[in-house]
Design a protein around this ligand. Sequence first.
Ligand SMILES: *Cc1c(COP(=O)(O)O)cnc(C)c1O
Length: 369
Amino acid sequence: MEKCKLRYQFVTTAQSTCRFMTFFRPNINAMSGYVPGEQPLPGTQVIKLNTNENPYPPSPAALQVLRELEGELLRRYPDPMAGAFREAASQVLGVPADWILVGNGSDDLLTMIIRACSEPGQRVVYPMPTYVLYRTLTQIQGAEFVEVPYQENYTLPVESLIEAQGAVTFVASPNSPSGTVASVEQLEKLAAHLSGVLVIDEAYVDFAETNALEVVKKYDNVIILRTLSKGYSLAGLRLGFGVANPALLEGLIKVKDSYNVDAVACAVGAAAIADQDHKNTNANMIKVSRAQMADDLQKLGFHVLPSQANFLLAQFPEGNAEFLYKSLKERGILVRYFNQPQLMDKLRITVGTPEQNDALIKGLGEVLT
Ligand SMILES: *Cc1c(COP(=O)(O)O)cnc(C)c1O
């Protein structure tokens, strides 16, 4: 009893932190976890332009399905392969259903790929800067990450990526935080010259002018990832999917959680992806706002990269951008600041509604004068 008490009392001392460290694998102790963008509590009065959520509501057809769900659906385990969503996605994409694997967000697919395709000591390769989760998942696995800098203006460093010969290579296109895309020719060249798996992360494809679906059909080492979080305004639902050769999916299916997609996500997501009109209408509004916001930011003196995503990477010519991030936050406007090389003079700003974007531009104008 006394011992127990003592242990509880001293739980936060350096000594017991050491003790806790002995519980974990060395690579877990050595890493810091992924830090998601701030999520203020629902109802907080804030203009949230920091995590690339879609500012418009989800499909009314999907919300209708949600309202009409019956308890019986929740009493039973869900379909392990989320068949209803798979079928709906198959229709929309024009690929057979067995080329589709559904996940709890596309992050879930990233986890499956790293788990199934890389082992400690093997290389996981990606251009930098990009989605930070690629590094985190590689560290969890205990594999080795190789970060290849993007070339001038975020041109994909194809030759260096090939040279690195990763067991897994990630390319986000459009990339975050740059919003830039890799061309289909570049991606095909990569696919042809890599002996490992090429993951083309198309989280923002709904706002882009091109996609790499054709590459998947030509190369059996390629998987494309899509999500309903951005284009379909369903980040809270957690639904994403991969498109690849069924033989590649087979290995991923072995490592996935048995019931990785819940029954609600499957049913609501199926209705959402079937409603292409709703998604396209919203994406078009965002593209118009994106052009306007780029214009407005340039007028304020920012350098803005051409973006095919629902955000802009704005470079502040006068150095570190952290104070801009902080000053906007004081005004109730959240944007994303990355305290890492190549990004310290930049802000990643999600394109919101015209009203939100106006508030951002007004806020920035005030801060700068
Ligand atoms: C948002 C995002 C994802 C994750 O999407 P979820 O489906 O919500 O897990 C994956 N990749 C990139 C590059 C993203 O920006």
